[in-house]
Write a protein that binds this ligand. Structure first.
Ligand SMILES: Nc1ncnc2c1ncn2[C@@H]1O[C@H](COP(=O)(O)OP(=O)(O)O)[C@@H](O)[C@H]1O
Ligand SMILES: [Mg+2]
Length: 254
């Protein structure tokens, strides 16, 4: 099963991704969690030991390897480089594992702009395609925004794309944009998850402004989220209610 988590910044994508990763790992399956945020923080949300985390290098920062594989130095626009470099060995070589979850960080492409074509983005794109099409494990993809990492070739491999929203207009506007982009690449299995919900009013607000994505779960606004962060613990270990929500979401999209 391959699950992508998207939504506006700050809505709780990483929080949800961490809950799903532990929820899936709990059932004994091997899980690959991918942090595609240029400022990675999924490892912290999963409470990977700091010593282990500091040994993890984001793929985009592997300058020498990127040059070997693509034939061009990272940070050099234009020029020639391979757009389909070999990447099949990267997930095992450049990841760390903790409590049954393998974590991989994509890292930041230094030269800006979405749709940027450079050696780093070629590696990341090829890697994501490889993982979605060929890795035989549960993949939880923490996408920092939108669907720009995905394309037509990978849309079919995504079993579910979870769009996280909070009870705010802005996050629902972003959800509508994501829905449009997903439609463009023929990705249809979209589900909405409401986060930071304080009551029925919030659920009603989300449904009133829902751009037509089925709502499959809600998570309450909880002080445990901050507490987990401050104590360096996984939210999964602190919040039994949220564990249930994660299990139910995983069951619904399976
Ligand atoms: N259910 C929740 N209750 C309280 N705070 C939350 C909840 N979900 C997320 N947060 C807080 O909101 C902020 C953004 O969450 P995060 O998961 O990092 O979002 P994203 O990955 O979408 O940017 C964090 O400070 C996190 O602690
Ligand atoms: Mg995040």
């Amino acid at each position: 099963m391959k699950v992508a988590v998207t939504g506006k910044g700050g809505v709780g994508k990483t929080t949800l991704a961490s809950m799903l990763a532990y929820g899936a790992a709990e059932s004994g399956k091997s899980v690959l969690a991918i942090d595609a945020d240029p400022a990675p923080c999924l490892g912290a949300a999963l409470a990977f030991p700091p010593g282990k985390l500091s040994s993890l290098t984001p793929i985009a920062e592997l300058d020498q390897l990127i040059e070997e594989r693509t034939g061009a130095k990272p940070g050099t626009p234009g020029g020639f480089f391979k757009i389909n470099p070999r990447v099949d060995d990267l997930p095992d070589r450049f990841s760390i594992t903790h409590r049954g979850i393998r974590l991989l960080e994509m890292g930041a492409v230094k030269m800006g702009g979405s749709g940027c074509i450079c050696p780093e983005s070629a590696i990341l794109r090829a890697l994501l395609t490889h993982i979605l099409l060929y890795r035989d494990e549960i993949v939880i993809l923490d996408l920092y925004a939108g669907v720009e990492h995905l394309g037509r070739a990978t849309a079919d491999a995504v079993d579910a794309m979870l769009v996280v929203v909070e009870p705010t207009r802005r996050s629902l506007t972003t959800a509508a944009q994501i829905r449009q982009l997903a439609e463009d690449i023929h990705l249809t299995r979209l589900f909405l998850v409401g986060n930071k919900v304080t009551g029925q009013d919030d659920v009603d607000f989300i449904e009133q402004h829902n751009p037509g994505i089925p709502l499959i779960g809600t998570m309450p606004l909880s002080t445990l989220v901050q507490q987990a962060d401050r104590q360096g613990q996984a939210l999964y270990d602190l919040a039994p209610d949220l564990r249930e929500t994660a299990a139910q979401i995983l069951a619904d999209i399976a």
